[in-house]
Design a protein around this ligand. Structure first.
Ligand code: FE2
Length: 449
């Protein structure tokens, strides 16, 4: 709480205050929040809300978790009215999430209560009748219920994202738009389960809530496990990346940037989600084979001997050997193995040319060269993005696949590249260390040694 900025604190208390004021207003004007005959329904829906809310799915957006609990609150809009929906939402305060501070619980409960109120009010205004729906009146509920969902879900997202952006100083605009639209549509879809619960209540009462929402909850939980697995994959990749970069001070961040640039190209040429994930990993791990090359060779000052050059040329193969057992990398293997092939067939390790070179490798070759040019090296400073783009265009058709170069230039027009911050020289004198893996520098080999 003490860490929160003043605007965040003001917003937090405004949301909690608004919910408190609405409950007080309902109590004063109606004398009760929920009719006594509806207390059973309230209890079942609140319990279900609590179970779902206690095991939310963590998203990639930091500190942002979602659950399917809101379907129970939407069912309450139909079955027990807006005060009932607000009370169901308020149970978020009691969610079993160890370590969740009281203030966050209060905020969650208050914002769900506000969403319940707003959705219930819209439902009523559009002629929706609260209570267990009769079969012949069910059709009349669909329109008001759809409007209530269309209010509940976006309001919930806006209230939560505003809190996150005020608390973390991350602008809501930084959340990827495409992801937000997908998220919103998914949740509007989940909203229909609330209507299903309400519709079935007339025949199987409380079992309807368990029957409808529990499988949904289990599905979301399984999805959460999948996300957790993805995060552990990412952490493994990042650890391997770090291991490579500790071998060369000046290539810190290179793997991550190559991964980013490769993903930009891959998106531009229309790769699907699975391939995008694979190429992200391939970009991160493209130089993992350097782990098998002696550090003194990688960082040698001046020209290499033929033996040393051969050791450098082996790094794509070594990379493949290191990661071969990681089956989720899939197509990334080809990217790692062939990222030093050239379009004209003069690259290594196999001298493949044009379309013989796997697509992943053609993408990574462009991203790798671009990042090497736009990053500081001990023997030269970073070149401006425009100069690097000119170089890529000059190499299109000889060193690089022209399709990939064109795609990258198009992607850069839309999302300008953030140049790497200047690298301060390491504490000890490493001013003349070469990067013998720089694809834009001709490798100097000394013969006869
Ligand atoms: Fe390399």
């Amino acid at each position: 709480m003490r860490d929160l900025s003043w605007p965040a604190k003001v917003y937090l208390f405004a949301v909690i205050g608004a919910a408190t004021a609405l409950f007080a207003h309902s109590l004063i004007t109606k004398g009760q929040l929920v009719a006594s005959e509806s207390l059973g329904i309230l209890l079942v829906l609140a319990l279900l809300f609590l179970v779902c809310e206690s095991m939310p799915t963590l998203l990639n957006v930091e500190q942002f978790a979602v659950s399917v609990s809101f379907s129970a609150a939407l069912a309450a809009v139909v079955l027990i009215g807006m005060e009932g929906a607000a009370l169901v939402g308020l149970t978020a305060v009691l969610s079993v999430r160890p370590g969740l501070p009281l203030i966050k619980r209060l905020f969650n409960g208050a914002q769900f209560a506000l969403c319940g109120y707003a959705a219930g009010w819209v439902y009523q205004q559009l002629g929706g009748v609260s209570g267990v729906p009769q079969v012949n009146a069910f059709d009349d509920l669909i329109g008001p219920y759809a409007a209530a969902t269309a209010v509940f879900v976006p309001l919930n997202i806006v209230l939560t994202l505003t809190m996150i952006s005020l608390a973390t100083q991350v602008s809501a605009g930084e959340v990827p738009m495409r992801g937000m639209v997908q998220f919103l549509l998914t949740y509007l879809g989940y909203g229909t389960f609330g209507l299903l619960v309400a519709g079935l209540w007339a025949t199987i009462q409380s079992i309807s809530a368990v029957l409808v929402l529990l499988p949904l909850f289990v599905a979301r939980w399984a999805f959460g496990q999948y996300h957790a697995q993805q995060r552990s994959y990412d952490a493994t990749m990042a650890a391997l990346c770090q291991a490579v970069e500790t071998k060369d001070y000046y290539t810190r961040g290179h793997c991550t940037r190559v991964s980013l640039a490769s993903t930009m190209i891959a998106q531009e040429i229309g790769m699907g989600m699975d391939r995008l994930r694979a190429i992200r990993y391939a970009g991160m791990l493209h130089d993992v084979g350097k782990l098998g090359v002696p550090t003194k060779v990688l960082q040698k000052e001046g020209p290499l001997t033929e033996e040393e050059f051969a050791a450098i040329q082996l790094h794509p193969m070594r990379g493949l050997e290191i990661v071969r057992g990681i089956d989720f990398l899939d197509e990334a293997f080809a990217g790692i193995m062939h990222h030093h092939e050239r379009h004209d067939g003069k690259g290594y390790p196999m001298g493949l040319a044009g379309p013989e070179i796997p697509e992943f490798a053609r993408v990574i070759a462009v991203a790798d060269a671009f990042d090497s040019m736009t990053s500081d090296r001990s023997y030269r400073g970073a070149r401006p993005v425009e100069v690097a783009v000119d170089e890529l265009e000059r190499g299109a058709g000889t060193q690089f696949d022209p399709v990939m170069v064109a795609a990258f230039i198009k992607a850069l027009d839309r999302n300008p590249w953030q140049p790497q911050r200047r690298v301060e020289p390491p504490p000890e004198d490493a001013a003349t260390i070469k990067d013998h893996d720089d694809p834009t520098m001709p490798i100097q080999v000394v013969t006869g040694q």
